[in-house]
Design a protein around this ligand. Structure first.
Ligand SMILES: Nc1nc(=O)c2c([nH]1)NC[C@@H]1CN(c3ccc(C(=O)N[C@@H](CCC(=O)O)C(=O)O)cc3)CN21
Ligand SMILES: CC(C)C(=O)C(=O)O
Ligand SMILES: [Mg+2]
Length: 278
C-alpha cells in the first residue's frame, strides 16, 4: 500500500490523496496513525523547525537527519524527501550522488525536486537510476529570490500554458507524482486532467488528486504567518504554551512536584545514613 502504483490507483479510482509534511519521529508517527497517505519531509523544515526565513539554507545533511527520524516514525507510509536548494543542479554525478545519499540513508520512497526546464534531465537521470521522483511546479520556494517572493504563479494565459507544458514534460521525464503550489484552481484542474500521475495541490484549489499542507500550519504550531491557502485544524501552539505556562507557575509556587512524583528512602537506610541520630 505504499508505492507509486498504489498512488496512481488512487487517482484512477478518484480517491483523494492526503499528504502532509512531517519532520521528526513524533510528527511522522502521528501523521501515519492519522491515516495520511503520503508524508513529505519538506525543506520547509528550514522555516518551521530551524527558524530560517527561507528554505535556501537547508542542507542535504539537514534533510537526511530529519528524513531518518520521520522514517522511524512512519515506517509504513509513502515517504518523500525534498532535495534541498541547488542539490539537484550541476553535473550528473553531483545530482546522482546527492539523490542516492538521501534515498539510501533515509529509506524514503521518493525524492522531490522543484522546477522543470533543466531539472527535467535530473528527473530522467534519477528515475532511470531507480529513484522515484516527485516534481514540483508553480510557486517554487527555492527560487523565491528569482520569482520575487512567494507569489501566485501561472496567472496569465502564457504562464499557464508554460506550466501545462512543464507538467507534461515532468510526466514524460518519469516523475511519479506532481506537486502544484499556489496557482489558480482552473489551471490546477486542467493539469490534473492532463496527467496520468497523481497531482497534489497546495494553494491550487480542490480539483487536484490530493492536497498537501505543512504540519505546523495544519496544527497551528508556531507563530509564523499562515498563507491564505491554509486551514488549521487545531490550536496546538496555544495549547502547548498554556501547558508550559502552567508548568512554570507550578514550579514557582511549589505545587509541582507533588508527593506522587517523588521517591522515598526506607526508614532503616535513613537511620544508617544519619548514624542512629536524627
Ligand atoms: N509554514 C509554511 N507553510 C508553507 O506552506 C510553506 C512554508 N512554510 N515554507 C516553504 C513554502 C513557502 N510557501 C509560501 C509561503 C507564503 C505564501 C504567501 O504568503 N502567499 C500569499 C499570496 C501572495 C500572492 O497573492 O501572490 C498569501 O497571502 O497566501 C505562499 C507560499 C509555501 N511553503
Ligand atoms: C509545501 C511543500 C510542497 C514543500 O515543498 C515543503 O513543505 O517543503
Ligand atoms: Mg519544499
Amino acid at each position: 500500500m505504499k508505492n507509486t502504483a498504489s498512488l496512481i490507483k488512487m487517482k484512477t479510482q478518484n480517491e483523494k490523496i492526503a499528504m502532509l509534511t512531517a519532520y521528526d519521529y513524533p510528527s511522522a508517527k502521528l501523521a501515519e496513525e492519522a491515516g495520511v497517505d503520503v508524508i513529505l519531509v519538506g525543506d520547509s523544515l528550514g522555516m518551521v523547525v530551524l527558524g530560517y526565513d527561507s528554505t535556501v539554507k537547508v542542507t542535504i545533511n539537514d534533510m537526511i537527519h530529519h528524513g531518518k527520524a520521520a522514517r522511524r516514525g512512519a515506517p509504513d507510509t509513502f515517504l518523500v524527501i525534498d532535495m534541498p536548494f541547488a542539490s539537484f543542479h550541476g553535473s550528473e554525478q553531483r545530482i546522482l550522488d546527492n539523490a542516492v545519499q538521501i534515498f539510501q540513508e533515509t529509506g524514503a520512497e521518493a525524492v522531490k525536486v522543484e522546477g522543470a526546464d533543466s531539472v527535467l534531465d535530473a528527473i530522467k537521470l534519477l528515475t532511470h537510476t531507480g529513484i522515484p521522483v516527485v516534481a514540483h511546479l508553480g510557486l517554487l520556494p527555492q527560487s523565491a529570490g528569482v520569482l520575487g517572493g512567494y507569489k501566485v504563479q501561472g496567472k496569465t494565459a502564457d504562464a499557464a500554458q508554460k506550466l501545462i507544458d512543464d507538467a507534461l514534460a515532468c510526466e514524460a521525464a518519469g516523475a511519479c507524482m506532481l506537486v502544484l503550489e499556489c496557482i489558480p484552481y482552473q489551471l490546477a484542474e486542467k493539469v490534473t486532467a492532463a496527467l496520468t500521475i497523481p497531482v497534489i495541490g497546495i494553494g491550487a484549489g480542490s480539483e487536484t488528486d490530493g492536497q498537501v499542507l505543512v504540519y505546523h500550519d495544519t496544527l497551528k504550531y508556531g507563530s509564523h504567518h499562515l498563507p491564505k491557502f491554509v486551514r488549521s485544524y487545531a490550536e496546538t501552539g496555544e495549547s502547548m504554551k498554556n501547558g508550559l505556562m502552567a508548568y512554570v507557575n507550578e514550579v514557582k509556587s511549589g505545587a509541582f512536584p507533588a508527593e506522587e512524583h517523588r521517591f522515598t528512602m526506607k526508614e532503616e537506610e535513613l537511620k544508617q545514613l544519619y548514624g542512629g541520630k536524627e
